[in-house]
Design a protein around this ligand. Structure first.
Ligand SMILES: *[C@@H]1O[C@H](CO)[C@@H](O)[C@H](O)[C@H]1NC(C)=O
Length: 270
């Protein structure tokens, strides 16, 4: 009696049961339990055939390669364009990116010393140098530009940083390699700042409207975003011998901001 009842139910609801079984199968195949969940989940959603779903074909690319004019390795065709970091997708940004304008010669001396003192506190620390094509800098946190026009170096840095990190950090700190950076102080300062403010902060030398690079220049995400759209103007209007003047002119042109002197707020470098 019971078996006949079950059999008739199965007969009537055959399609429903089949659907249920397929649904369970898909759910089990497509929802992995490891960290790669988000990646593979989207692969499944975008793939029409379940069996062909790759487990995880995502390969992180070294961002350094881009700044050096190396063509990025062609990624396999994907139907869904993913940001490089989960944090980007989730709208979570890290606090601070630090870029040091340095030179190849200084890499084994000044820059290395600065690196030793602050790298452990500042995970996002990059050194920007002009590197000869033959002797590319090979250290992990060094970015080499082949353009030898020293005047344009800050704008190569801005281009590189906006291309690669704009969505990942709230604040950007640029500094020369001759400075000692008090990383703890800097982090403390940045933690206390609201990200919604347009910030062009640093120490201006006497009667200059521009922050000096020696004392470091702190930019908020919004300011860097504005500058990104005006880089052409900035490059065309770079004529000073001093980086901080070209930078400052560029920032003032795009945001109408003058350097806010941090001496009034807090020392950001010592
Ligand atoms: C900075 O330090 C890190 C780790 O301590 C190292 O991997 C990197 O090569 C150093 N960079 C420079 C420019 O010295």
């Amino acid at each position: 009696m019971l078996s006949r009842y079950v059999a008739s139910q199965v007969k009537h609801n055959g399609y429903f049961l089949l659907g249920l079984a397929v649904g369970l199968y898909v759910a089990l195949v497509c929802v992995p339990l490891d960290d790669g969940a988000a990646e593979t989940l989207l692969d499944c959603v975008s793939d029409t055939s379940i069996s062909a779903a790759p487990v995880d074909d995502y390969e992180p690319q070294r961002t350094e390669a881009r700044g050096q004019g190396v063509a990025p390795v062609a990624a396999p065709a994907r139907s869904v364009q993913r940001p490089r970091y989960y944090s980007t997708e989730l709208g979570i940004r890290e606090r601070l990116f630090v870029g040091v304008l340095s030179s190849e010669e200084a890499l084994s001396g000044r820059a290395a010393a600065l690196n030793r003192t602050v790298a452990h506190l500042l995970p996002a620390l990059k050194f920007f140098v002009t590197a000869s094509a033959t002797r590319r800098a090979s250290l992990p946190n060094v970015v080499g530009f082949t353009d030898t026009r020293e005047m344009l170096k800050p704008f190569h840095v801005l281009k590189y940083v906006t291309d690669n990190y704009l969505d990942e950090y709230d604040f950007f700190f640029l500094v020369g390699d001759t400075s000692f950076v008090n990383a703890r102080r800097l982090l403390q300062l940045v933690r206390g700042l609201g990200v919604s403010h347009n910030l062009y902060m640093g120490v201006a030398d006497d009667d200059s409207p521009y922050c000096s690079l020696e004392h470091g220049i702190l930019l908020s995400n919004g300011v860097l975003r504005s500058v990104q759209g005006a880089l052409d103007w900035c490059v065309r209007n770079a004529y000073s011998r001093h980086h901080h003047e070209n930078l400052g002119r560029c920032i003032q042109h795009t945001t109408q901001l003058s350097c806010i002197d941090t001496m009034q707020v807090l020392h950001i470098t010592l």
